[in-house]
Write a protein that binds this ligand. Structure first.
Ligand code: BGC
Length: 757
């Protein structure tokens, strides 16, 4: 499908109108300006616009192999010649102005550069990792933190972030779980859209609007065995049902770029997959922006065994629909000749260039190439006290109380000795989490500092690592055991280092490293009231002294304010209200594991035998902590499930209400969740599907009705022939506090043609 000027334009306008979003349609004069440029551009200049290179003016060291141009002088020459359209992963206004000056006033056509970067969960103020923040189940919060990140990033000379990650992560061994919103398609869709709204703001032309790039298109979260850069073999239906919707949500929220994934799908690398990048992305999903390759992914088509050589790789990528090549430099090297030889039509190149120029135009770069390059903003908009406060709030909201026998909350005023044991007590190098390389090391609040600040008498805190993250410390366990004996309360801070998740950090086991497990087991044997603070970038399988503690909290990587956020929750200043966006299995070997799995023909039933049933001989195939689980310091109860009508007519909706009561003695917040199950369908359906949520805050003794509406669209799935459809019949519904509990009801969907009533 070749998009001509009119379709691209009307598409942009249509999507802007349809989404009612921040996209101001291009004026006729702007379209004419792009037309004129395209007419005047040489093929080298066109290939240049389609090239994005690492920023040597202000280099950073993101987690990528060092390839390509490494020095400012060579890059300056390339910009002057119009051989580059986008720089990425540098920050700082001075360097960006230098580069922009070369593009605008030093190159023949003066087309401004686009500055991109990976601002995944913060620039200088680091917010919780996206997976952590997903535990808030709160799109409003995700939008606010994304806005704050955008304000900082655009003050530091960036126009676009390679975020949010919209991949649904189905296997916790995959290290990039940490960058997304977890295992569920609906939650990921809601949070992807919210983050994009936050990054871009209401007006793309504003100086603090940061373009978003939902990535990685597509199905990266389905790599076999959770192996990074691995392969995906997937049905067309599952691709459309589980992995594409978050991208659609992102495009409806106004995203104008996306990034092709590293992985192959069903034997075709995404970067060379025309069906995926053109027919599906543009034809089915109506995307009208431009597509980045991932880092050198076009060149990697050779290693995939899909392209013969670099020239072939460039040809395949551009024909598939990759508009902007990241870092390999293949487009600038090979497109001129590919076009000259007729292997790539000039029309294909023109469409790609047009898409890129339209986006640059839409964000106001042609009118003001100096937007987001303001030294005053750089001084005043970064790491403000407001952003730090938001990081603290988001940190506390990201914590999930997994279990608690009543040991929490701690009483800050009470004279009790606390022993903080474990490698993360005073550690400052693993607070931010992966993909926070712009953050200043050492500026985050560690756990010990947070606790001291919160305690009436900081002298009552003793801190010792007991072991390293991976290695034992000589005599460390003995010292820790002694400290535990002397203390009234033990806080065990254990888990993963920040470089154990993120890109290229797939793991075969998702457990606490053995040295820390040994420490935890030894400390547990002391039998003091023990609280475990997990630090992690994925769901974990926990055991022994970690799992059997009196309280266990998922604290992910919480960013700049980690220690304060943790103290806020431990001492009850903030009631924990997080819910798990990923299921915690019993054992690593259950992966890939997610709550919305299929029944099989031999499901294990609640009170039935487990013989010859779909389970592992060694482990129950259930969750230790399921998706949606998370406790509070107060107790909530649900009752009075009511349906406006048990019959759902084709074009109508039903209202489902339940009463939530705070039965405890403290104020608290609960996220009530609505799940469905389609009993019988032409394609088997999951045992549960998350559909909606509602956050409610209640005083002790207070009750409130929680209300959901359910319509046919909520019951749809992708059936044979990739058709989205709902099938008449019986649906279970649950209104609950996790994916495993809830009040149960039933509705029946009636087909249009059947007599109603
Ligand atoms: C990652 C992308 C990232 C890009 C640029 C790649 O290795 O897969 O997510 O945006 O590098 O840093």
């Amino acid at each position: 499908m070749n998009l001509d000027r009119r379709t691209v334009l009307s598409g942009i306008i249509a999507s802007a109108i349809a989404s009612g979003l921040p996209f101001r349609a291009l004026a006729a004069a702007e379209v004419a300006r792009v037309d004129d440029l395209i007419k005047r551009m040489t093929i080298e200049e066109k290939a240049g616009q389609m090239t994005c290179l690492a920023d040597s003016f202000r280099p950073f060291n993101p987690p990528n192999p060092q390839v390509g141009i490494q020095d400012e002088k060579r890059l300056s020459d390339e910009i002057r010649k119009g051989r580059v359209g986008c720089l990425f992963n540098g920050i700082g206004v001075a360097g960006a102005r230098k580069a922009q000056e070369l593009a605008v006033n030093g190159s023949r056509l003066g087309i401004p550069l686009l500055f991109a970067g990976d601002v995944i969960h913060g620039l200088k103020t680091i917010f919780p990792v996206p997976l952590g923040e997903a535990s808030s189940f709160d799109p409003g919060l995700a939008q606010r933190t994304a806005r704050a990140m955008a304000i900082e990033a655009t003050a530091a000379g960036l126009h676009l972030t390679f975020a949010p990650m919209a991949d649904v992560a189905r296997d916790q061994r995959w290290g990039r779980v940490v960058e997304g919103a977890g295992e569920d398609v609906t939650l990921t869709s809601l949070l992807t859209a919210a983050r994009i709204r936050g990054f871009q703001g209401r007006d793309l032309r504003k100086d603090d609007s940061l373009l978003a790039c939902p990535k990685h298109f597509a199905a990266y979260g389905a790599v076999a065995g959770g192996l990074e850069y691995g392969n995906v073999d997937i049905s067309d239906e599952t691709l459309r049902e589980t992995h594409l919707p978050p991208f659609s949500a992102g495009f409806s929220a106004g995203a104008l770029t996306t990034m092709a994934a590293f992985n192959e799908i069903n034997g075709v690398p995404a970067t060379a997959d025309r069906t995926l990048l053109t027919d599906i992305l543009r034809g089915e999903m109506g995307f009208h922006g431009f597509v980045f390759s991932d880092y050198t992914a076009d060149e990697e088509l050779i290693a995939h065994g899909f392209a013969e050589d670099e020239r072939d790789a460039a040809r395949l990528a551009v024909l598939a629909g990759v508009d902007m090549s990241m870092q390999s430099g293949l487009y600038i090297r090979y497109l001129p000749d590919l076009v000259k030889s007729g292997a790539v039509p000039m029309g294909t190149v023109d469409v790609a260039v047009r898409r890129i120029l339209y986006v640059k135009m839409a964000m106001g770069l042609f009118d003001n190439p100096w937007r987001s390059l303001d030294e005053n903003a750089e001084k005043s908009r970064i790491e403000t006290s407001g952003h730090r406060a938001l990081a603290r709030e988001a940190g506390a909201r990201s914590i999930v109380l997994l279990q608690n026998d009543g040991v929490l909350p701690l009483d800050a005023g009470r004279k009790q000795k606390i022993a903080l044991i474990g490698p993360f007590g005073e550690d400052k190098t693993n607070l931010y989490g992966p993909w926070a390389f712009y953050g200043d090391p050492g500026k985050g609040i560690d756990v010990a500092s947070g606790l001291r600040e919160a305690m009436g008498d900081a002298e009552l805190l003793s801190v010792m690592p007991g072991c390293g993250i991976q290695d034992a410390i000589d005599g460390g366990i003995e010292v820790a055991v002694k400290a535990a004996k002397d203390a009234d309360i033990v806080i065990l801070a254990v888990g993963e280092a920040q470089d154990m998740s993120g890109e290229a950090q797939s793991r075969t086991t998702i457990e606490i490293p053995p040295a820390q497990q040994a420490l935890a087991d030894a400390v547990a044997a002391v039998k003091k009231p023990t609280v475990v603070l997990l630090r992690h970038g994925r769901a974990l399988a926990i055991h022994g002294g970690v799992a059997n503690a009196n309280a266990v909290l998922a604290t992910w990587f919480l960013g700049s304010e980690a220690g304060n956020a943790i103290a806020d929750v431990l001492f009850g200043k903030v009631d924990p209200s997080g819910k798990l966006p990923v299921s915690f299995p019993w054992e690593s070997g259950q992966e890939p594991f997610f709550y919305d799995r299929k029944s099989t023909g031999r499901p294990v039933l609640a009170r039935g035998s487990t013989e010859y049933k779909a389970r592992y001989a060694t482990t129950d195939n259930s969750a230790r902590y399921p998706f949606g689980h998370g406790l509070s310091y107060t107790q909530f109860a649900l009752d009075r499930l009511q349906l406006s009508d048990p019959a759902l007519r084709w074009d109508e909706s039903v209202t489902i209400t339940a009463r939530l009561t705070n039965k405890g003695k403290r104020r608290g917040s609960e996220t009530v969740q609505l799940y469905i199950r389609d009993r019988v369908a032409s394609r088997t359906r999951p045992i549960r599907e998350f559909k909606k949520m509602e956050r409610v805050t209640l005083e002790p003794g207070e009750s409130r009705a929680v209300r959901f509406t359910l319509a046919r669209a909520d019951l749809e799935f992708v059936g044979a022939g990739n058709r989205r459809l709902a099938e008449p019949g019986v649906f279970d519904i649950w209104v609950g506090q996790s994916s495993e509990d809830g009040l149960h009801g039933q509705i029946t969907l009636y087909a249009a043609e059947l007599p109603q009533g």
